[in-house]
Design a protein around this ligand. Structure first.
Ligand SMILES: NC(=O)c1ccc[n+]([C@@H]2O[C@H](COP(=O)([O-])OP(=O)(O)OC[C@H]3O[C@@H](n4cnc5c(N)ncnc54)[C@H](OP(=O)(O)O)[C@@H]3O)[C@@H](O)[C@H]2O)c1
Length: 341
């Protein structure tokens, strides 16, 4: 059985990675279509050895498409996901538009694939990139010792803000280097040689929306009782999000036991040598599928606490890979509305 797959946002950071992941995993597709805005009509994107001509989302007929991987922002997802689902395809959306809808499963396959049983609107949501890598690691620890509270600080790469943000880091870095004036367009302050404690809009509570998303998405995916507070920071790294995480448990859990549990956990790779260089940094996770965990150690300030360092490729596990894994789950569990060819 093979399927017709459309990638919406195929010219973007996540869309291009989706095409790469579909090819690398030999996804059972008899046809893959690349869609973007009307301004990209006729441009080409790579799909394995081939180039695909980009078509416009606005004029595309989805009536014989099985799976739509969407990464074109919230506004596009709000309008288009229901229209596409009404034509019979299942939409896996990367934006925040549908994540907290009660009738839309929010899924990380290693953590809560069973939530796919409840697809009511024909839409499945891919969580925020920082949430995905966090819950992949928290899930097996929660199963072992029940998590009470999580404190997380993120170090998020500019690719999480799209291709224009990557260009801005590149331009600013070059401008500083050659002593040209630094122009700020995409971010609120200079990102080159700097860090910015602000991702997404500010809420009345003082949290940013990115921090709020990490809290509510973790509760929806993993456990509504988990208390989580986050500080989300943009750093001048092109690809790869890092997180410094402190977890308080209800039951005892030693660092050694956590290391054993995480070594056996799906999608997790432990690199924790407690010596110079014996940990993972974002540069080493680029292009990798795993979520890496390092620096696992006791938090001596609470009775049952651990601190850890978590790193993943935000374009892969944080977005494209997770979306393709959801599509694979839909196929394996025979949850697609129709199956072509
Ligand atoms: N980057 C990450 O780590 C990450 C992780 C998780 C989720 N996400 C989410 O994924 C989405 C895309 O992120 P990105 O980083 O790939 O952004 P990006 O690099 O800026 O790409 C945006 C894509 O959306 C397309 N698009 C924009 N407006 C459109 C329209 N009206 N109709 C059709 N296509 C349209 C663009 O096409 P044109 O080139 O034609 O404009 C482009 O292909 C966002 O919702 C983001 O929040 C990103």
């Amino acid at each position: 059985m093979t399927y017709k797959v459309a990638v919406v946002g195929a010219t973007g950071n996540v869309g291009r990675e989706m095409l790469a992941v579909l090819d690398q995993r030999a996804f059972p597709a008899h046809e893959v279509v690349a869609l973007a805005s009307t301004s990209s009509i006729g441009s080409e994107v790579s799909f394995g050895e081939r180039n695909l001509k980009v078509k416009a989302l606005d004029y595309f007929d989805f009536s014989d498409t099985d799976i739509v991987l969407m990464s074109a922002g919230s506004a596009v997802a709000k309008t288009w996901a229901p229209k596409i689902a009404a034509q019979g395809a299942i939409v896996i959306d990367n934006s925040s538009a549908w994540r907290m809808d009660r009738d839309v499963p929010l899924v990380v396959p290693e953590v809560n694939a069973d939530a796919l049983r409840g697809i009511k609107k024909g839409i499945v949501a891919n969580p925020n990139c920082s949430t995905i890598q966090l819950v992949v690691v928290l899930k097996p620890l929660n199963d072992a010792a029940k998590i009470k509270r999580v404190v997380v600080s993120t170090y998020q790469s500019v690719s999480g803000a799209g291709k224009d943000a990557m260009d801005e880091l590149f331009r600013q870095t070059r401008a500083v280097f050659v002593a040209d004036p630094v122009e700020v367009e995409h971010f609120t302050k200079q990102i080159a040689y700097n860090v910015i404690p602000h991702i997404d809009d500010f809420l009345d509570s003082g949290l940013t929306k990115e921090e709020w998303k990490m809290m509510v998405e973790t509760q929806k995916i993993l456990d509504p009782d988990i208390q989580l507070t986050a500080t989300c920071v943009r750093v001048p790294v092109f690809v790869g999000h890092s997180e410094a995480v402190t977890v308080e448990f209800e039951q005892p859990l030693t660092a050694e036991r956590a290391r054993q549990i995480l070594r056996a956990a799906p999608g997790v790779l432990v690199v924790d040598k407690r010596e110079d260089g014996g940990y993972v940094t974002p540069i080493e996770c680029v292009g990798e599928d795993a979520t890496f965990v390092s620096r696992i150690r006791k938090d001596p300030t609470v009775e049952h606490g651990l601190s850890l360092w978590i790193v993943a490729d935000n374009l892969r596990k944080g977005a494209a890979l997770n979306a393709v894994q959801i599509a694979e789950c839909l196929i394996n569990r025979k949850l697609l509305k129709r199956a072509a060819a």
